[in-house]
Ligand binder design. Sequence first.
Ligand code: 5GP
Ligand code: MN
Length: 339
Amino acid sequence: MLEERKAGLKRASELLEGAKKILITSHKGPDGDAIGSALGLYHILRNAGHKCIVVLPDSWPSFYDWMPSQKDIFVFDKEEEKVVAELLDIDLTFYLDYNESRRRRPNFQTVLSEHPAPAIMIDHHRSPDEIAEVMYSFPEASSTSELVFDFAEGLEMKKRVDLNAARCLYSGIITDTGSFRFSSTSQRTHEVAGFLLERGVVPSDIHELIFDSNHEHRLKLLGYALYEKMRVFGRYGAAFIALSKTELRKFQYKKGDTEGLVNYPLSIDRVSFSTLITERENEVRLSFRSQGDFDVNEFARAHFNGGGHKNAAGGVSYYDLRTTVDRVVQLIKTLEAES
Ligand code: 5GP
Ligand code: MN
């Protein structure tokens, strides 16, 4: 793996050397690691004298709006024509925090897959598609933000990690590790975080910006979801919460309001598999979390056109909410039957 990493870095360094304008992209429904790694890399590359732009497929929860230079980001589904014009002279592209082109949204996927520039993937999801020339893919890493630091260090660009970059990368690390709680957290994760603190990051500031900026309705939605909607299948070690569009609307749902909700059932001592099911405009989204051996990446791939990591994954269903819920219940019951 060390050899592979070295070869990847060598090729990345050649590609960067010749690049006049660099595009940084991440996945649809950007989370803290998507936006944090994208902006972190943006600051690092700019500090190294590169011209670059960040394009995200759609917008992000407002609790990431404070991130340095978030105003520079192009949002593809809001300004498609502008992005297409910007892409004309791109000669190198980064794919951050996603491992398959399906995670970009259809229109953006078409534009990118037809783009001739070589690409570098920096990602930590399992079983990546070979869609980039350089695959800087390490599923054991806590977050893509940790890997962006690793990549920069490997290219001797550590000194380009200024406070702006550090605040973005730190945000990606804490959101993907549940503030250093999840099993993906390693010694290396803490070492990288330590370096970011050296650069001036104040952990309590970042936690407050991301986690203590709730609006009242979000907290009430959390209470409602746990009290009224959580179904626990103790015998099966599983639980799920399903929320309809109407329920979300009742609590004035805004993007990001259900982030983290899927983790709550896991804190019940006999629950080690949790699912959050939310009804969206044209689909039903599913979020899966597990503790221990049960592989939700496999589960999401097998049943819900999705994927992710062993203990955190997502997927989608094109059945209606009720049918999707029935399928989840059925699957929970088969799981126990199999084990
Ligand atoms: P979340 O439940 O927070 O949306 O996602 C959990 C993890 O699974 C994240 O790392 C996310 O990138 C990944 N994930 C979510 N949805 C999908 C999907 O549809 N396909 C794949 N491959 N990964 C997903
Ligand atoms: Mn991530």
